[in-house]
Design a protein around this ligand. Sequence first.
Ligand SMILES: *Cc1c(COP(=O)(O)O)cnc(C)c1O
Length: 399
Amino acid sequence: MADLTSRPLRRDTLAVRGGLMRSQFEETSEALFLTSGYVYSSAAEAEATFKEEVERYSYSRYHNPTVTMFEQRLAALEGAEACYATPTGMSAVFAVLAGLCAAGDRIVASKALFGTCYTICADVLPRWGVEAVFVDGTDLAAWREALSVPTTAVFFETPSNPTMTLVDIAAVSELAHAAGATVVVDNVFGTPLFSTPLALGADIVVYSSTKHIDGQGRILGGAVLGREQQLREVVRPMIRNLGLTLSAFNAWVLVKSLETMDLRLRAQSNNAQQVAEWFEARPEVVNVCYPGLASHPQAELARRQMSGYGTVVTFTVDADKAATFRVLDALEIVDISNNLGDTKSLITHPATTTHSRFSAEELADMGITAGTMRLSVGLEDPLDLIEDLERAFAAIAQA
Ligand SMILES: *Cc1c(COP(=O)(O)O)cnc(C)c1O
């Protein structure tokens, strides 16, 4: 077969052809290599492999052909030199931050982080002598001040969960590099289709592939993308030595998921835009957070650094906790679940679930009230979703 890697292929082609490695059986679909080890043709070959004189598969904690196919396909779609897969999004975040930092080092992070990412920065790394400083990610002056001293790593998520605020990737990367920091972006909400942090100056991108990359609610996974040399030095030893290895089965699910990811994301973000616009017109809704709306406080930045606005819409109804729970319980199509990025629409109440660790004051500061709900919009017909939400809104008044 022709070597596809030498041609500048377009994105839709890479999604189904990128990283493809066929075995001697010439199978059409990517093969699932369920094997922990590999055999050598001679003792000398084993010796050469351990001396790293030859590059070949040796043990599945280090690498596996199905995992390689997923890594190469995602790297091609992200436009990254290298990708390392991990078993969860959290192991990707931990491998990068723990790989970059040693005792005495300093991390500056946006405070609007996914809960467990915040715990890694605020609790886990400080136990090993890493200082963590948190800033309002939307405030460039706060970043400038925090980055006025030498810093090892900068970490943020854009858009953020659940209020969909953005960080200016290019501007913060410039400030971070001046402070000597490596810029790490959690791009789960941005998605590989709509947000390209590496092209805007970030050094490393991390994903929970549990979310839109699988996108069908089946498996957990994660990935780290960036420059080959930096990841080889920083991330590869963490993955190999700590055993943060993606299973071949999950890699196989993910490599097949990448074939349809862009199609799903385009359809889901169109649905999200339609639902967000419907929310804006509803009298029950007092606030809608979606970067695709002109009313988003950073709409101009969203247009500048995103090519689409994602699948999550956060909205607030004028209701107390009991009335908001009645809305959630009245939904017949949308499921109550704290997961996101699924083909099925999922809704959660941040104040009592994903963000219950925050005090009432901190929640108010973020704009999260008892009436705030986070909707991950799926692939259903948006008109059915709107009818479901409209039916559920009627429950606000029924005390
Ligand atoms: C889900 C999520 C993670 C963690 O990923 P897991 O696969 O659950 O470990 C990290 N960051 C963001 C923004 C997420 O949504």
